[in-house]
Design a binder for this molecule. Structure first.
Ligand SMILES: *Cc1c(COP(=O)(O)O)cnc(C)c1O
Length: 386
């Protein structure tokens, strides 16, 4: 018989059952309420949750949507983004950042990222703007805000609105304000793996522009402005009452969960260094840094792996029952569906380098001390084999 090694402590990338266990009774009460009401589409629970999100983010309005993607789409539809328009955005993001643009017949124009934050490099933004630019859509990737001051300065001077893709960054801070209150509008996602995750899909737009908010409320109802009177062609982009009830239970916990994520990230890095973990230059790891004036909420804890060893680290972790994931292996300008846009390797070198070097490792709030120690020592062990 093959000897079986004692099972090590396994560390999943995310374990939502642990979070659920801490709020189970509250969730069951809130959902039972919805079942009793038999009111499932929009209504008072959605409105109450919208008010709570607007207050949390610091905007006048929040409009519940069926997903983060639909939130992006609805804003672009409300602004009239369409054929002949350009939307300047980041090449290093989840697909919908560019997919929503392309679905409306507009063209995504990619501006390379900063290597430190993985976010759109504001220093390269102005060159990408032309008379066709209808919208600027920076992404707050992994839980850290893009450098919004210079982005807003350029956008303001050119008279172009800014839509924040804040899908990964509810609660993230930028110079005393929060993600979602930094542009004309912002899109959030409640996909289960986001820091505020629903029990299914969900999304939200935040804005302080009352006119835009009214159009968005129509857009999510097929452009309806009064019953069966359609001023626009919209879609069915509504947030369910059931999701709103669940998310409203979770919202007061969000800042505490973000603090736990921040503590975990710092602790894992310290344990790695204490265990003799090597630097990126030696084939080890570079840990994420919080840029000046920003508060990172670590939706993902993404390290860079030196000397082309990223895929090897992923396999190494897998063999030791430690979860990890690559966000994202192919930058958007090199996606097959955008071939007609003419993107070439070398167009966005920092995004391409990040796609080859980054790996997300566990950071979720409920990680145990033993799991953090196992993760850090395994990472360090790998780095010392370089
Ligand atoms: C999750 C995500 C989206 C899309 O949100 P969905 O709710 O999955 O549609 C958009 N942009 C980014 C950066 C995301 O992480």
């Amino acid at each position: 018989m093959t000897p079986v090694l004692a099972p090590a402590v396994s560390v999943p990338l995310l374990d939502l059952r642990k979070q659920y266990a801490t709020i189970r009774e509250e969730i069951l009460r809130a959902t039972a309420d919805v079942y009793e009401s038999q009111h499932f589409i929009l209504g008072p629970r959605v409105e109450a949750f919208e008010k709570a999100v607007a207050a949390f983010v610091g905007t006048k309005h929040a409009i519940g949507m069926s997903s983060g993607t639909d939130a992006q789409l609805a804003v672009m539809m409300a602004l009239g983004v369409g054929p002949g328009d350009d939307v300047v955005t980041s090449p290093y993001s989840f697909f919908s950042t560019a997919g929503a643009v392309a679905r409306l017949g507009a063209r995504p124009v990619f501006v390379d990222i900063e290597p430190e934050t993985f976010n759109l490099d504001a220093a390269r933004l102005e060159k990408a703007i032309t008379p066709k630019t209808k919208l600027i859509q920076p992404v707050h990737l992994y839980g850290q805000c893009a450098d919004m001051d210079p982005i807003r300065e350029i956008a303001g001077r050119k008279g172009i609105p800014v839509l924040e893709d804040a899908c990964q960054s509810l609660g993230a801070g930028y110079k005393g304000a929060r993600a979602g209150a930094l542009g004309e509008s912002a899109a959030f996602s409640f996909f289960p793996s986001k820091n505020l995750g629903g029990f299914g899909d969900g999304g939200m737009v935040t804005t302080s522009d009352g006119e835009l908010a009214a159009i968005l409320r129509a857009m999510r109802m097929h452009g309806e402005t009064s019953r069966y009177h359609h001023k626009f062609v919209g879609g069915n982009f509504r947030l369910d009452a059931l999701q709103a009830a669940i998310l409203h239970v979770k919202l007061p916990h969000l800042d505490g969960w973000a603090r736990a994520r921040r503590r975990n990230a710092a602790e894992i890095e310290n344990l790695y260094l204490a265990a003799g973990g090597r630097a990126y230059e030696e084939g080890g790891l570079r840990f994420p840094r919080e840029a000046a004036g920003r508060e990172h909420v670590f939706n993902q804890f993404v390290v860079r792996v030196g000397k082309g060893r990223r895929d090897a680290l992923k396999k190494y972790l897998e063999s030791r029952q430690i979860g990890s994931a690559i966000y994202y292996p192919v930058p958007l300008h090199l996606q097959e569906c955008f071939a007609s846009l003419g993107g070439r390797p070398g167009d966005c070198p920092e995004a391409e380098r990040a796609a080859n070097e980054t790996l997300a490792v566990p950071v979720f709030p409920e990680l145990t001390g033993e799991q953090k120690a196992t993760l850090a020592s395994t990472l360090s062990e790998f780095s010392r084999q370089a």
